[in-house]
Design a protein around this ligand. Structure first.
Ligand code: F6P
Length: 340
């Protein structure tokens, strides 16, 4: 990981890169539009042409692209979703698919790409740049926060706020009816959303893929809650949790073993990916994407940008894709103490 001087090196810039392409890929995330805007505007600032590819790698394969100017990204900073649309392209996983994409980049005279997305996007970008010698910079955009080269991915903060707001509402009805709610949140392989929203919403238990609590401990914790006088409870469950039962099976299991509990399930699902981005996500997207363009102009390539200790840094794709995303398990201990 290397720290970056925030000043661009303007000397090398204009000679090498004349056109930069941008796309969003994988699951959409709030703040992707702020990211697209920042790429298009930074290009305009440095007198570089910007081409936006629709539907991620699939748009590159099909040559589905448009020129983007500073004005074509007006008023999108606060919009959820992505105006470039997003997809998970199966065809890009094939050599033939990537060859078509490279052809279209040539046709549009694209010298380098900014790839906004998560782990699948970075994996594809790494292979593509190695095969076709096209400089790429990865920008982490996913609500899951499961990229190791950054403390925060674009969209994560907004998703956390969406989840906490939803759980606050569920808490109201849980409390009115003296119920136990299992709330499933997103995070296929990572428990960031569950862990942080769980602490933020004051959940009684948090189940994440990184730590297998075990069914017996869950039952024990719920018995303890009852004994301590709690009449309602919230258990936040990450969709990738490894306890061995899905959220509905968990609810049935608890109902069978603790008949005193009146159990309900809420799966928050894709609403977590929508909505207007928070100021944090807009600022993060703006900082990372201006830097992505400047890095390409400085001759840097094939790295991801991230925010670590409030500094914009670069990491190799390998570092970014590490299995250990650095989840803070200390939060589980905090949650235990606070749910006494
Ligand atoms: O964006 C990441 C993510 O939200 C994961 O947490 C989830 O498993 C996945 O996307 C689901 O996405 P889709 O329904 O688009 O396949």
């Amino acid at each position: 990981m290397s720290s970056i001087n925030e000043q661009p090196n303007i000397k090398i810039m204009i000679k090498e890169i004349k056109t930069i392409g941008v796309m969003t890929s994988g699951g959409d995330a709030p703040g992707m539009n702020a990211a697209i805007r920042a790429v298009a505007r930074a290009c305009s600032y440095y007198h570089i042409k910007c081409i936006g590819f629709n539907r991620g790698y699939q748009g590159m394969i099909e040559g589905d692209a448009d020129v983007m100017t500073a004005r074509s990204v007006r008023n999108i900073i606060g919009l959820g979703g992505t105006i470039l649309k997003s997809a998970r392209s199966k065809e890009f996983r094939t050599k033939e698919g990537r060859a078509k994409a490279a052809e279209h980049l040539k046709e549009f005279e694209v010298d380098a790409m900014v790839l906004i997305g998560g782990d699948g996007t970075f994996t594809g970008g790494k292979i593509f740049s190695e095969e076709y010698d096209i400089p790429v910079i990865g920008v982490p955009g996913t609500i899951d926060n499961d990229i190791a080269g950054t403390n925060f991915t674009i969209g994560y903060d907004t998703a956390l706020n969406t989840v906490v707001e939803a759980i606050d509402k569920i808490r109201d009805t849980a409390s009115s009816h003296d119920r136990l709610f299992f709330v499933e949140v997103m995070g296929r392989d990572a428990g960031f959303i569950a862990l942080n929203s769980g602490v933020g919403a004051g959940a009684e238990e948090i189940l994440i893929p990184e730590e297998d609590l075990g069914l017996e401990r869950l039952l024990e914790s719920l018995r303890k809650s009852k004994r301590s006088g709690k009449s309602s409870s919230i258990v936040v469950v990450s969709e990738g949790d490894k306890i061995g039962k899905n959220v509905y099976e968990l609810a049935d299991y608890v109902t069978e073993n603790l008949p005193d509990y009146d159990v309900r399930v809420t799966v928050l699902g894709h609403m977590q990916r929508g909505g207007s981005p928070t100021c944090f996500d807009r600022t993060l997207a703006s900082r990372l994407c201006v830097r992505a363009v400047e890095l390409l102009l400085d001759g840097e390539r094939d790295v991801m940008v991230g925010l670590v200790n409030n500094e914009v840094v670069t990491s190799s794709f390998e570092e970014g894709l590490k299995e250990d995303h650095g989840i803070n398990k200390e939060l589980l201990r905090i949650s235990d103490i606070l749910s006494v």
